[in-house]
Ligand binder design. Structure first.
Ligand SMILES: [Zn+2]
Length: 282
């Protein structure tokens, strides 16, 4: 008699072989006991399957890379990605779980975009970053502007190292463009790699709105719109104006209004809808 090669189920008195697939041994249990213990579901629903694929896709993995490294077929992966089926083999999902977050060939570009822009915020220019890192000006620009979703691992390393060296540099005077962009400086980031950390920057300074004198024509048009809608209240709604402003313009106590308000009055005057009672009359 040859000695049994497969290990036996760890449960006492169970002589069945340990269940295994390419990536899992189900805690040393046979398939029946593993199933009873909840380790070896034959299938798991899409809702539980797709987060595992999403994790990898967010880490830059391509479907082909995932297929190659996990042994899961392209069609199963497409089934998860596009929700073509409701249930997927437990073993397939286990295989996805065993892959690391990051793709073996590329990295997401957004952490690099943040880094380049943080350096710009302290006065380091894109051209300088390009020269110092040896990356082309176009590539640095494409990352900084968010045109690239993924970069090579070598690019990722270059920019992360460069950022590490320069993020504490003294503030240099800023050109007009980076000044206007209100980029977030290195010190303002709590965790530059946290996708949930968001900086909106200070609101841009708005140009003062142009105010125009209320002309007789504008007043006439406003009056027509009000008469058409029946009440000041209804007219105020469609014009996005306050009742008070409409009254003040009509009675002449308001002499100047914003250009854009004139625009709205003109638009409404020229696009008066046919009201139900007018339809009946016609
Ligand atoms: Zn067993």
């Amino acid at each position: 008699m040859t000695k049994r090669k497969l290990p036996i189920c760890v449960r006492p008195n169970c002589t069945r072989a340990v269940a295994r697939n390419t990536t899992d041994t189900y805690q040393g249990l046979c398939f029946q006991h593993a199933k009873a213990a909840g380790y070896a579901h034959n299938y798991i629903p899409w809702e539980q399957a797709h987060p595992h694929l999403d994790r990898l896709l967010n880490g830059g993995w391509t479907i082909n890379e995932i297929a190659f490294h996990s042994g899961v077929s392209n069609s199963t992966l497409a089934g998860i990605q596009k929700h073509r089926r409701e249930r997927f083999k437990y073993a397939s999902i286990q295989a996805l779980k065993h892959l690391p977050d990051n793709s073996p060939t590329r990295r997401p570009a957004w952490p690099l975009r943040r880094r380049i822009n943080a350096l710009r915020a302290i006065g380091i220019q894109l051209a300088t970053i390009s020269t110092d890192t040896g990356l082309s000006a176009g590539q640095v620009f494409n990352i900084a502007s968010g045109r690239l979703k993924w970069t090579a691992i070598s690019t990722d390393t270059l920019i992360r190292d460069y950022y590490q060296q320069h993020c504490m540099d003294a503030q240099l005077p800023l050109d007009v463009k980076p000044q206007k962009m209100r980029l977030t400086r290195p010190l303002d980031w709590d965790d530059i790699d946290d996708p949930n950390e968001v900086h909106y920057g200070a609101p841009p300074v708005l140009k003062p709105q142009r105010r125009n004198m209320v002309t007789a024509q504008t007043r006439h048009r406003l009056k027509t719109v009000v008469e058409h809608y029946g009440t000041i209240r209804e007219a105020a709604k469609v014009l996005h104006m306050s009742n008070t402003d409409i009254v003040a313009i009509l009675n002449g106590s308001k002499q100047k209004i914003m250009q854009r308000v004139v625009g709205r009055i003109t638009y409404r005057y020229k696009h008066l809808p046919v009201l139900p009672n007018q339809k009946e009359a016609a």
